[in-house]
Design a protein around this ligand. Structure first.
Ligand code: ATP
Ligand code: MG
Length: 563
């Protein structure tokens, strides 16, 4: 078994509240929920919420805690069952399970409607004829109070019958809305008579054409929590100002439980785009080849790129739960990915940008010698493999320099380097083509240097290589960050800050023969290069395409410092 990172029990202000509610007897058990809207695929930001909600349930399983997966599907215009399935797959991949607790807010539409009728009946909701724009104008702003709509004084009976007519499809979209009657002068704008139902003649992915009015998110969310007996409703900071409204509904409706909303800061990794609205644009406008494009911040994209779920969970743990918004350095995520893959990825040799080497004193054209190579130094059980060396091989172009600086320990004219797991070679001659490009290095090898240093000299560098005999040519896709700036959403247009080198496609890379049978999704370390994962979309049997998950070292940080 590979080593696993040591886990420590997490603690944060939300977990403290959960524990003290159990201790004080306020709750006998804990119920959390992860409430995605099925209007896109999940991104890495969602992973933070998933780890928090499902994590708390797991940690408190002894007292019967559970975490619900509830789809908040109140806007039929943008939602789709494709997204429902993708979201489920991503949560499972991250390593969490909702058991039997799968719910849809749309299952509560009847109850929500009845409660809205109840609000009208007790004079706490009214049907308004104002247009969306007028409602905005009447709302006022932070310095000025709002103005009452002329419909605010409508009597209860008329409101009841108008609301029913709304439901029965007697009005067009936008002609009327149902609003909660709270306070048009409230300092919190969310309490200035918020809309709770709007007319949308639109089929819903689950309820079909049963409804032509749909409850708003604010109205639906807390009541759905209450119906399910959620004890702690954990959401991100932008909902802080919605909390009084959340509480107003729970207080004014005969709901079966009193959930408590608690907010925490979003995960916002630099150089990635997090908003689903923008991610939809990237997909629809063809900037990427789908939601699972490895340049995307989506969980399916990161999965296809080779990010292990353990690394994403580890990042969420490292970042922790606070009330302060901050940007997470992407290097932290990449570090977590490297740590995990270092333990699990099988080692192989591949030369991405090859240069040919011939060994001039090799015993014969057909002579092959098998070298012992380890499959994973971190995991003794991963065993060893044999790699064949012949008189022709490839090394990385960057492992040779014609005019090397001091302390260059790789290959240069007249110098020696070790071929990893094998002999030392010395560069005797550089063969160049017409355009002065190096086409071959002629080297000699020292048969006395297998597994040991020559007695009279020190060879410091060791480089990876692939024998020309038996090697196969493979495709490699090098990925880098999708955007050139830390916060692409802060730009006028995210399109102007796309990193044009976020994907570089290479073919003709030379690979160790064992890699030919690599399976889609399998992850490898290409020694000295980085971690690579077999692409699940473009690979064919015996013709794998490798996605670079992450280079071995944080070269980005260095590149930026040099600038
Ligand atoms: P986006 O703004 O990216 O479109 P969203 O908040 O509209 O995301 P939802 O489907 O409503 O997407 O989110 C489901 C849950 O995930 C919510 O509870 C939300 O607060 C949480 N969430 C969304 N983005 C993040 C993030 N970056 N960090 C932590 N939690 C998040
Ligand atoms: Mg949302």
């Amino acid at each position: 078994m590979a080593k696993q990172p040591q886990s420590r029990r997490e603690n944060d202000f939300i977990r403290e509240i959960v524990s003290s509610d159990l201790l004080s007897g306020k709750h006998k058990t804990t119920v959390t929920r992860f409430p995605p809207e099925p209007n896109g695929y999940l991104h890495i930001g969602h992973a933070k919420s998933i780890c928090l909600n499902f994590g708390i349930a797991e940690e408190n399983a002894g007292s019967g805690a559970r975490c619900h997966l509830r789809f908040d599907d109140t806007n039929p215009v943008k939602e789709d069952s494709e997204y429902v399935e993708a979201i489920k797959e991503d949560i499972r991949w991250l390593g969490f399970d909702w058991g039997d607790d799968l719910y849809f807010a749309s299952d509560y539409f009847d109850q929500l409607y009845d409660w809205a009728v109840e609000l009208v009946r007790i004079g706490k909701a009214y049907v308004d004829d104002l247009s969306a724009e007028e409602i905005r104008e009447y709302r006022g702003n932070l310095t000025e109070p709002g103005k009452d709509s002329p419909c605010r004084k409508r009597d209860c009976e008329l409101n009841l019958s108008l609301f029913k007519q709304m439901k029965d499809g007697e009005f067009a979209d936008g002609e009327k809305v149902l609003r909660a009657k709270i306070d048009m002068a409230h300092p919190n704008l969310n309490l200035r008579d918020p809309v709770i139902y709007r007319i949308l003649h639109q089929e819903h992915h689950r309820t079909g054409d049963k409804w032509c009015i749909y409850p708003t998110y604010d109205y639906t969310h807390g009541q759905s929590d209450a119906i399910e007996g959620v004890t702690h409703s954990l959401c991100t900071l932008e909902f802080e100002h919605h909390r009084p409204l959340y509480e107003w509904f729970v207080e004014n409706l005969p709901v079966p439980a009193q959930p408590r909303q608690i907010e925490f800061a979003k995960l916002r990794p630099a150089y990635l785009l997090m908003s689903k609205r923008r991610l939809v644009e990237m997909v629809d406008e063809g900037y990427v080849d789908g939601w699972d494009d490895p340049r995307m911040s989506t969980l399916s994209g990161l999965r296809r790129r080779g990010y292990p779920p353990e690394a994403i969970r580890s990042l969420c743990k490292t970042v922790g739960i606070t009330k302060h918004n901050s940007v997470t350095d992407i290097a932290l995520l990449e570090h977590a990915v490297r740590e995990q893959l270092n333990m699990t990825a099988t080692r192989r040799m591949a030369v991405i940008d090859p240069i040919r080497v011939s060994i001039v004193n090799w015993p014969g054209d057909d002579y092959i010698e098998l070298m012992n190579a380890v499959n994973n130094p971190e995991d003794p059980e991963a065993g060893k493999r044999e790699v064949a060396l012949s008189g022709e091989l490839f090394i990385e172009r960057s492992d040779f320099m014609e005019n090397p600086p001091d302390k260059y320990y790789r290959l240069s004219p007249g110098s020696e380097v070790r071929l990893r797991y094998s002999y030392c070679i010395r560069c005797e001659e550089v063969v160049k083509g017409e355009d002065n490009e190096i086409i071959e290095l002629r080297c000699s090898y020292d048969p006395e240097t297998l597994g040991k240093n020559p007695p009279d000299r020190k060879v410091r560098g060791a480089i990876h290589w692939v024998s020309a005999k038996g090697a196969f040519e493979g495709d490699v896709r090098l990925y880098d960050r999708a955007f050139l700036v830390e916060d692409p959403v802060a730009e006028d247009d995210w399109r102007s800050v796309i990193n044009p080198e976020a994907l570089v496609e290479l073919s003709g890379c030379k690979m160790e023969p064992l890699l030919k049978d690599a399976l889609p999704g399998e992850c490898f370390q290409f020694e000295r290069n980085g971690y690579f994962c077999v692409d699940t979309k473009y690979s064919l049997p015996a013709r794998p395409v490798f996605n670079r998950t992450v280079p071995l070292r944080d070269s980005w940080g260095k590149k930026n410092r040099v600038k």
